[in-house]
Design a protein around this ligand. Structure first.
Ligand code: UGA
Length: 398
Protein backbone atom coordinates (compact mmCIF):
# COMPACT_ATOMS: atom_id res chain seq x y z
CA UNK A 1 0.00 0.00 0.00
CA UNK A 2 1.37 3.39 -1.03
CA UNK A 3 0.56 6.41 1.11
CA UNK A 4 0.89 10.11 0.32
CA UNK A 5 -0.49 13.12 2.16
CA UNK A 6 -1.39 14.79 -1.16
CA UNK A 7 -4.97 13.71 -1.65
CA UNK A 8 -5.15 14.72 -5.33
CA UNK A 9 -2.19 12.47 -6.14
CA UNK A 10 -3.75 9.47 -4.37
CA UNK A 11 -7.14 10.08 -6.05
CA UNK A 12 -5.43 10.08 -9.46
CA UNK A 13 -3.60 6.84 -8.71
CA UNK A 14 -6.78 5.20 -7.38
CA UNK A 15 -8.49 6.02 -10.66
CA UNK A 16 -5.60 4.52 -12.65
CA UNK A 17 -3.94 7.78 -13.67
CA UNK A 18 -0.21 8.39 -13.07
CA UNK A 19 0.66 11.85 -11.69
CA UNK A 20 4.13 11.96 -13.33
CA UNK A 21 5.63 11.16 -16.73
CA UNK A 22 7.49 7.88 -16.25
CA UNK A 23 7.78 5.38 -19.08
CA UNK A 24 6.11 2.02 -18.33
CA UNK A 25 4.66 3.07 -14.96
CA UNK A 26 1.05 3.19 -16.11
CA UNK A 27 1.08 -0.51 -17.14
CA UNK A 28 3.01 -1.63 -14.08
CA UNK A 29 0.62 0.13 -11.69
CA UNK A 30 -2.42 -1.20 -13.58
CA UNK A 31 -1.00 -4.73 -13.31
CA UNK A 32 -0.38 -4.34 -9.55
CA UNK A 33 -3.86 -2.95 -8.91
CA UNK A 34 -5.55 -5.65 -11.02
CA UNK A 35 -3.73 -8.40 -9.13
CA UNK A 36 -4.84 -6.95 -5.80
CA UNK A 37 -1.23 -6.49 -4.66
CA UNK A 38 -1.12 -2.70 -4.98
CA UNK A 39 -3.37 -0.02 -3.51
CA UNK A 40 -3.20 3.66 -2.55
CA UNK A 41 -4.30 5.58 0.51
CA UNK A 42 -3.83 8.85 2.38
CA UNK A 43 -3.87 7.08 5.73
CA UNK A 44 -0.56 6.03 7.26
CA UNK A 45 -2.49 3.96 9.76
CA UNK A 46 -4.27 1.91 7.04
CA UNK A 47 -0.96 1.23 5.36
CA UNK A 48 1.08 0.00 8.27
CA UNK A 49 -1.35 -1.76 10.61
CA UNK A 50 -0.17 -5.21 9.63
CA UNK A 51 2.99 -4.55 7.69
CA UNK A 52 6.49 -5.89 8.32
CA UNK A 53 8.44 -3.24 6.44
CA UNK A 54 7.73 0.45 5.74
CA UNK A 55 9.65 2.42 3.13
CA UNK A 56 10.04 6.16 3.67
CA UNK A 57 10.31 7.80 0.24
CA UNK A 58 9.48 11.42 1.06
CA UNK A 59 11.28 14.42 -0.46
CA UNK A 60 14.23 16.05 1.26
CA UNK A 61 14.29 19.46 -0.45
CA UNK A 62 17.05 22.02 -0.10
CA UNK A 63 16.77 24.02 3.11
CA UNK A 64 17.51 27.74 3.37
CA UNK A 65 21.22 27.17 4.12
CA UNK A 66 21.84 24.51 1.43
CA UNK A 67 21.46 21.59 3.83
CA UNK A 68 18.69 19.01 3.30
CA UNK A 69 15.34 19.85 4.88
CA UNK A 70 14.35 16.87 7.02
CA UNK A 71 10.93 18.12 8.08
CA UNK A 72 8.98 15.76 5.76
CA UNK A 73 10.84 12.70 6.90
CA UNK A 74 10.46 13.70 10.54
CA UNK A 75 6.74 14.29 10.08
CA UNK A 76 6.36 10.88 8.37
CA UNK A 77 8.22 9.16 11.21
CA UNK A 78 6.05 10.94 13.79
CA UNK A 79 2.89 9.79 11.97
CA UNK A 80 4.13 6.19 11.91
CA UNK A 81 5.40 5.96 15.47
CA UNK A 82 2.07 5.17 17.18
CA UNK A 83 0.82 2.73 14.53
CA UNK A 84 3.83 0.60 13.56
CA UNK A 85 3.42 -3.07 14.51
CA UNK A 86 5.96 -4.44 17.01
CA UNK A 87 9.20 -5.66 15.43
CA UNK A 88 8.64 -3.90 12.10
CA UNK A 89 11.43 -2.30 10.06
CA UNK A 90 11.44 1.26 8.73
CA UNK A 91 13.55 1.57 5.58
CA UNK A 92 14.73 5.01 4.65
CA UNK A 93 14.96 5.52 0.87
CA UNK A 94 14.98 9.31 0.95
CA UNK A 95 18.34 11.01 0.38
CA UNK A 96 19.23 12.25 3.83
CA UNK A 97 22.32 13.73 5.45
CA UNK A 98 24.66 11.26 7.04
CA UNK A 99 23.36 10.46 10.49
CA UNK A 100 19.67 10.72 9.60
CA UNK A 101 18.96 7.08 10.35
CA UNK A 102 19.43 8.19 13.95
CA UNK A 103 17.11 11.18 13.40
CA UNK A 104 14.35 8.81 12.25
CA UNK A 105 15.04 6.47 15.18
CA UNK A 106 14.75 9.39 17.60
CA UNK A 107 11.56 10.60 15.98
CA UNK A 108 10.02 7.11 16.15
CA UNK A 109 11.23 6.55 19.67
CA UNK A 110 10.37 2.84 19.42
CA UNK A 111 13.00 0.46 20.76
CA UNK A 112 11.30 -2.50 19.01
CA UNK A 113 11.51 -0.92 15.53
CA UNK A 114 14.75 -0.98 13.52
CA UNK A 115 15.57 1.79 11.02
CA UNK A 116 17.56 0.73 7.95
CA UNK A 117 19.08 2.94 5.26
CA UNK A 118 18.50 1.72 1.68
CA UNK A 119 19.38 4.57 -0.72
CA UNK A 120 17.82 4.61 -4.17
CA UNK A 121 19.74 5.13 -7.39
CA UNK A 122 16.80 5.45 -9.80
CA UNK A 123 16.83 8.05 -12.53
CA UNK A 124 13.63 9.84 -13.45
CA UNK A 125 12.35 8.59 -16.79
CA UNK A 126 14.10 5.21 -16.51
CA UNK A 127 13.16 4.43 -12.92
CA UNK A 128 11.54 1.05 -13.61
CA UNK A 129 14.48 -0.26 -15.57
CA UNK A 130 16.91 1.09 -12.95
CA UNK A 131 14.86 -0.61 -10.21
CA UNK A 132 14.69 -3.98 -11.94
CA UNK A 133 18.29 -3.97 -13.16
CA UNK A 134 20.26 -2.02 -10.57
CA UNK A 135 24.07 -1.87 -10.57
CA UNK A 136 24.03 -2.54 -6.81
CA UNK A 137 21.81 -2.56 -3.76
CA UNK A 138 23.04 -0.83 -0.63
CA UNK A 139 21.62 -1.65 2.78
CA UNK A 140 22.89 0.22 5.83
CA UNK A 141 22.15 -1.03 9.33
CA UNK A 142 23.89 -1.89 12.56
CA UNK A 143 21.39 -4.73 13.00
CA UNK A 144 22.46 -7.68 10.80
CA UNK A 145 19.06 -9.41 10.98
CA UNK A 146 17.19 -6.33 9.86
CA UNK A 147 19.75 -5.73 7.07
CA UNK A 148 19.27 -9.28 5.81
CA UNK A 149 15.47 -9.02 5.92
CA UNK A 150 15.67 -5.89 3.73
CA UNK A 151 18.28 -7.44 1.41
CA UNK A 152 15.97 -10.46 0.95
CA UNK A 153 13.33 -8.19 -0.57
CA UNK A 154 15.64 -7.85 -3.58
CA UNK A 155 16.16 -11.57 -4.05
CA UNK A 156 16.03 -12.42 -7.73
CA UNK A 157 17.04 -8.93 -8.85
CA UNK A 158 20.53 -10.19 -9.55
CA UNK A 159 22.66 -7.28 -8.36
CA UNK A 160 25.45 -7.19 -5.78
CA UNK A 161 24.12 -6.38 -2.32
CA UNK A 162 26.38 -4.32 -0.12
CA UNK A 163 25.58 -4.31 3.60
CA UNK A 164 27.20 -1.43 5.47
CA UNK A 165 26.68 0.66 8.57
CA UNK A 166 24.00 3.40 8.15
CA UNK A 167 26.48 6.30 7.81
CA UNK A 168 28.33 4.54 4.97
CA UNK A 169 25.08 3.78 3.11
CA UNK A 170 24.00 7.41 3.38
CA UNK A 171 27.44 8.60 2.25
CA UNK A 172 27.40 6.27 -0.79
CA UNK A 173 24.27 8.00 -2.10
CA UNK A 174 25.71 11.52 -1.89
CA UNK A 175 29.12 10.41 -3.15
CA UNK A 176 27.52 8.75 -6.20
CA UNK A 177 25.38 11.75 -7.18
CA UNK A 178 28.25 14.20 -6.59
CA UNK A 179 30.62 12.04 -8.64
CA UNK A 180 28.16 11.90 -11.57
CA UNK A 181 27.69 15.67 -11.38
CA UNK A 182 31.48 16.02 -11.36
CA UNK A 183 31.77 13.97 -14.54
CA UNK A 184 29.26 16.22 -16.32
CA UNK A 185 30.83 19.47 -15.11
CA UNK A 186 34.22 18.10 -16.12
CA UNK A 187 33.06 17.31 -19.65
CA UNK A 188 31.32 20.70 -19.94
CA UNK A 189 34.62 22.35 -18.97
CA UNK A 190 36.51 20.24 -21.52
CA UNK A 191 33.85 21.19 -24.10
CA UNK A 192 34.58 24.88 -23.43
CA UNK A 193 38.28 24.18 -24.06
CA UNK A 194 37.42 22.28 -27.27
CA UNK A 195 35.67 25.40 -28.57
CA UNK A 196 38.80 27.45 -27.89
CA UNK A 197 41.30 25.06 -29.46
CA UNK A 198 39.20 23.81 -32.38
CA UNK A 199 38.68 20.25 -31.10
CA UNK A 200 35.41 18.29 -31.34
CA UNK A 201 34.00 17.21 -27.95
CA UNK A 202 32.25 14.23 -29.51
CA UNK A 203 35.56 12.69 -30.54
CA UNK A 204 37.15 13.67 -27.22
CA UNK A 205 34.32 11.89 -25.33
CA UNK A 206 34.77 8.78 -27.48
CA UNK A 207 38.48 8.76 -26.79
CA UNK A 208 37.91 9.19 -23.05
CA UNK A 209 35.05 6.72 -22.75
CA UNK A 210 36.94 3.76 -24.24
CA UNK A 211 39.25 3.97 -21.23
CA UNK A 212 37.47 1.58 -18.89
CA UNK A 213 38.78 3.45 -15.88
CA UNK A 214 36.76 6.46 -17.06
CA UNK A 215 33.78 4.81 -18.79
CA UNK A 216 31.55 6.42 -21.39
CA UNK A 217 28.48 7.31 -19.33
CA UNK A 218 27.55 10.72 -17.94
CA UNK A 219 29.98 12.43 -20.29
CA UNK A 220 27.40 14.15 -22.50
CA UNK A 221 28.05 17.86 -22.62
CA UNK A 222 24.95 20.02 -22.34
CA UNK A 223 23.40 23.13 -20.79
CA UNK A 224 24.46 21.98 -17.29
CA UNK A 225 22.96 19.43 -14.94
CA UNK A 226 19.70 19.97 -13.11
CA UNK A 227 16.67 18.18 -11.73
CA UNK A 228 15.45 17.42 -8.27
CA UNK A 229 18.60 15.57 -7.16
CA UNK A 230 22.04 16.75 -8.35
CA UNK A 231 21.63 20.45 -7.47
CA UNK A 232 20.31 19.81 -3.95
CA UNK A 233 22.52 16.79 -3.22
CA UNK A 234 25.77 18.50 -4.29
CA UNK A 235 24.96 21.52 -2.11
CA UNK A 236 23.98 19.27 0.78
CA UNK A 237 27.26 17.35 0.48
CA UNK A 238 29.24 20.59 0.61
CA UNK A 239 27.36 21.32 3.86
CA UNK A 240 27.87 17.81 5.23
CA UNK A 241 31.60 18.14 4.50
CA UNK A 242 31.72 21.54 6.19
CA UNK A 243 30.04 20.11 9.30
CA UNK A 244 32.56 17.27 9.23
CA UNK A 245 35.42 19.78 9.18
CA UNK A 246 36.37 19.42 5.49
CA UNK A 247 36.27 22.22 2.92
CA UNK A 248 35.03 20.44 -0.23
CA UNK A 249 36.54 22.91 -2.71
CA UNK A 250 36.44 20.35 -5.52
CA UNK A 251 32.66 20.00 -5.28
CA UNK A 252 32.16 23.76 -4.95
CA UNK A 253 34.12 24.01 -8.21
CA UNK A 254 31.84 21.44 -9.83
CA UNK A 255 28.78 23.49 -8.82
CA UNK A 256 30.40 26.72 -10.05
CA UNK A 257 31.20 25.17 -13.46
CA UNK A 258 27.55 24.15 -13.72
CA UNK A 259 26.30 27.65 -12.95
CA UNK A 260 28.74 29.07 -15.53
CA UNK A 261 27.36 26.65 -18.09
CA UNK A 262 23.88 28.25 -18.03
CA UNK A 263 25.57 31.60 -18.76
CA UNK A 264 27.67 30.07 -21.54
CA UNK A 265 24.50 28.90 -23.32
CA UNK A 266 22.91 32.35 -22.89
CA UNK A 267 26.08 33.94 -24.40
CA UNK A 268 25.88 31.64 -27.42
CA UNK A 269 22.25 32.67 -27.99
CA UNK A 270 23.10 36.36 -27.48
CA UNK A 271 25.99 36.11 -29.93
CA UNK A 272 23.80 34.33 -32.50
CA UNK A 273 21.41 37.32 -32.58
CA UNK A 274 24.18 39.90 -32.91
CA UNK A 275 25.08 40.83 -29.30
CA UNK A 276 21.82 41.99 -27.68
CA UNK A 277 18.80 39.97 -26.65
CA UNK A 278 16.53 42.98 -26.20
CA UNK A 279 13.26 42.47 -28.10
CA UNK A 280 14.60 39.35 -29.78
CA UNK A 281 12.30 36.35 -30.07
CA UNK A 282 13.86 33.08 -28.99
CA UNK A 283 12.28 29.78 -29.98
CA UNK A 284 12.91 27.22 -27.24
CA UNK A 285 12.81 23.46 -27.79
CA UNK A 286 12.62 21.65 -24.46
CA UNK A 287 11.92 22.82 -20.90
CA UNK A 288 12.16 19.73 -18.68
CA UNK A 289 15.51 19.07 -16.97
CA UNK A 290 16.13 16.13 -19.30
CA UNK A 291 14.13 14.17 -21.88
CA UNK A 292 11.68 11.50 -20.73
CA UNK A 293 10.30 13.46 -17.78
CA UNK A 294 7.92 16.35 -17.15
CA UNK A 295 10.01 17.57 -14.21
CA UNK A 296 10.89 21.27 -14.33
CA UNK A 297 12.56 21.42 -10.92
CA UNK A 298 15.96 23.07 -11.23
CA UNK A 299 15.82 22.57 -14.98
CA UNK A 300 18.77 24.20 -16.79
CA UNK A 301 16.27 25.16 -19.53
CA UNK A 302 14.18 27.16 -17.04
CA UNK A 303 17.26 28.95 -15.64
CA UNK A 304 18.45 29.77 -19.18
CA UNK A 305 14.95 31.07 -20.07
CA UNK A 306 15.00 33.22 -16.91
CA UNK A 307 18.33 34.79 -17.89
CA UNK A 308 17.20 35.36 -21.50
CA UNK A 309 14.02 37.01 -20.34
CA UNK A 310 15.95 39.20 -17.87
CA UNK A 311 17.91 40.53 -20.85
CA UNK A 312 14.68 41.49 -22.61
CA UNK A 313 14.08 38.51 -24.91
CA UNK A 314 10.61 37.14 -25.77
CA UNK A 315 10.35 33.38 -25.39
CA UNK A 316 8.20 30.91 -27.37
CA UNK A 317 8.71 27.40 -26.07
CA UNK A 318 7.63 23.87 -26.86
CA UNK A 319 8.10 20.83 -24.63
CA UNK A 320 6.11 17.62 -25.15
CA UNK A 321 5.28 17.40 -21.43
CA UNK A 322 5.00 21.04 -20.36
CA UNK A 323 1.75 22.20 -18.84
CA UNK A 324 1.56 25.98 -19.43
CA UNK A 325 -0.15 26.43 -16.05
CA UNK A 326 3.00 25.50 -14.09
CA UNK A 327 4.42 28.44 -12.08
CA UNK A 328 7.97 27.81 -13.42
CA UNK A 329 6.68 28.73 -16.89
CA UNK A 330 5.34 32.18 -16.11
CA UNK A 331 6.68 34.68 -18.65
CA UNK A 332 7.24 31.93 -21.25
CA UNK A 333 4.77 31.61 -24.12
CA UNK A 334 4.25 27.83 -24.28
CA UNK A 335 3.03 26.57 -27.67
CA UNK A 336 1.78 23.21 -28.92
CA UNK A 337 4.35 22.16 -31.56
CA UNK A 338 8.09 22.58 -32.26
CA UNK A 339 7.30 24.53 -35.45
CA UNK A 340 5.09 26.98 -33.57
CA UNK A 341 7.98 27.65 -31.17
CA UNK A 342 10.29 28.39 -34.10
CA UNK A 343 7.75 30.58 -35.91
CA UNK A 344 8.98 34.18 -36.16
CA UNK A 345 11.99 33.48 -33.90
CA UNK A 346 15.34 35.23 -34.36
CA UNK A 347 17.11 32.11 -33.09
CA UNK A 348 16.11 28.62 -32.06
CA UNK A 349 17.62 27.09 -28.88
CA UNK A 350 17.52 23.35 -28.16
CA UNK A 351 17.63 22.95 -24.37
CA UNK A 352 16.26 19.42 -23.76
CA UNK A 353 17.14 16.35 -25.82
CA UNK A 354 13.64 15.10 -26.78
CA UNK A 355 13.84 12.55 -29.65
CA UNK A 356 11.10 14.25 -31.61
CA UNK A 357 13.28 17.34 -32.20
CA UNK A 358 15.58 15.21 -34.32
CA UNK A 359 12.64 14.29 -36.53
CA UNK A 360 11.80 17.90 -37.44
CA UNK A 361 13.01 18.70 -40.95
CA UNK A 362 15.08 21.92 -40.84
CA UNK A 363 13.68 22.82 -44.28
CA UNK A 364 10.28 23.15 -42.62
CA UNK A 365 11.77 25.32 -39.88
CA UNK A 366 13.26 27.62 -42.54
CA UNK A 367 9.72 28.30 -43.79
CA UNK A 368 8.57 29.74 -40.44
CA UNK A 369 11.63 31.11 -38.58
CA UNK A 370 12.83 34.73 -38.94
CA UNK A 371 16.57 34.18 -38.46
CA UNK A 372 18.26 31.00 -39.67
CA UNK A 373 20.18 30.40 -36.46
CA UNK A 374 20.17 27.50 -34.06
CA UNK A 375 21.97 27.04 -30.74
CA UNK A 376 21.93 23.34 -29.93
CA UNK A 377 22.83 23.13 -26.23
CA UNK A 378 22.51 19.31 -26.27
CA UNK A 379 24.43 18.57 -29.51
CA UNK A 380 21.21 16.84 -30.40
CA UNK A 381 20.43 17.85 -33.98
CA UNK A 382 22.20 16.66 -37.12
CA UNK A 383 24.56 19.60 -37.60
CA UNK A 384 25.25 19.02 -41.30
CA UNK A 385 21.56 18.67 -42.12
CA UNK A 386 20.83 22.03 -40.45
CA UNK A 387 23.80 23.72 -42.12
CA UNK A 388 22.74 22.41 -45.52
CA UNK A 389 19.29 23.93 -44.84
CA UNK A 390 21.05 27.31 -44.46
CA UNK A 391 21.32 27.57 -40.68
CA UNK A 392 24.09 29.13 -38.60
CA UNK A 393 24.57 26.20 -36.18
CA UNK A 394 26.26 26.48 -32.80
CA UNK A 395 26.59 23.41 -30.54
CA UNK A 396 28.57 22.73 -27.36
CA UNK A 397 32.28 21.96 -27.63
CA UNK A 398 32.48 21.60 -31.41
C1 UGA B 1 20.03 11.21 -10.54
C2 UGA B 1 20.96 9.98 -10.52
O1 UGA B 1 21.41 9.66 -11.85
C3 UGA B 1 20.23 8.76 -9.94
O2 UGA B 1 21.13 7.66 -9.84
C4 UGA B 1 19.72 9.13 -8.54
O3 UGA B 1 18.98 8.07 -7.95
C5 UGA B 1 18.80 10.35 -8.64
O4 UGA B 1 19.54 11.43 -9.22
C6 UGA B 1 18.33 10.70 -7.26
O5 UGA B 1 19.15 11.10 -6.44
O6 UGA B 1 17.15 10.47 -6.95
P1 UGA B 1 18.05 12.08 -12.15
O7 UGA B 1 18.02 13.30 -11.30
O8 UGA B 1 16.77 11.43 -12.54
O9 UGA B 1 18.94 10.93 -11.43
O10 UGA B 1 18.77 12.51 -13.48
P2 UGA B 1 20.09 12.11 -14.32
O11 UGA B 1 19.72 11.21 -15.42
O12 UGA B 1 21.19 11.70 -13.43
O13 UGA B 1 20.44 13.53 -14.96
C7 UGA B 1 20.74 14.67 -14.13
C8 UGA B 1 21.11 15.86 -14.96
O14 UGA B 1 22.37 15.66 -15.61
C9 UGA B 1 20.12 16.18 -16.09
O15 UGA B 1 19.96 17.59 -16.15
C10 UGA B 1 20.80 15.65 -17.33
O16 UGA B 1 20.41 16.28 -18.53
C11 UGA B 1 22.26 15.93 -17.01
N1 UGA B 1 23.21 15.05 -17.72
C12 UGA B 1 23.23 13.70 -17.48
C13 UGA B 1 24.11 15.61 -18.62
O17 UGA B 1 24.11 16.87 -18.84
N2 UGA B 1 25.02 14.81 -19.24
C14 UGA B 1 25.07 13.47 -19.02
O18 UGA B 1 25.94 12.79 -19.63
C15 UGA B 1 24.15 12.91 -18.13
Amino acid sequence: MCVDIVEAKIKKLQSGRIPIVESGLQDLVAEGVASGRLSFSTSAEDAVTDCEIVFLCVPTPEGADGSADLSYIQAAARALAPVLPPGSIVVNKSTVPVGSTKVVENELSRSDVIVVSNPEFLREGTAIQDFLKPDRIVVGSDDQDAALRVAELYEGVGAPVLVTDPASAETIKYAANAFLATKISYINAIAAICEGVGADIRDVVLGLGYDRRIGNEFLKPGPGWGGSCFPKDTKALVRIAEDAGYDFGLLRGVIAVNEQQFGRVVSKIRKAVGGSLRQKTIGIWGLSFKAGTDDLRDSPAIEICRQLSEEGADLRAFDPTADPGQPELSGIHVVATPLEAAAGADVLAVLTEWDEFRLVDPREVVQVISGRRVVDARNHLDRSQWRVAGFYYQGIGR
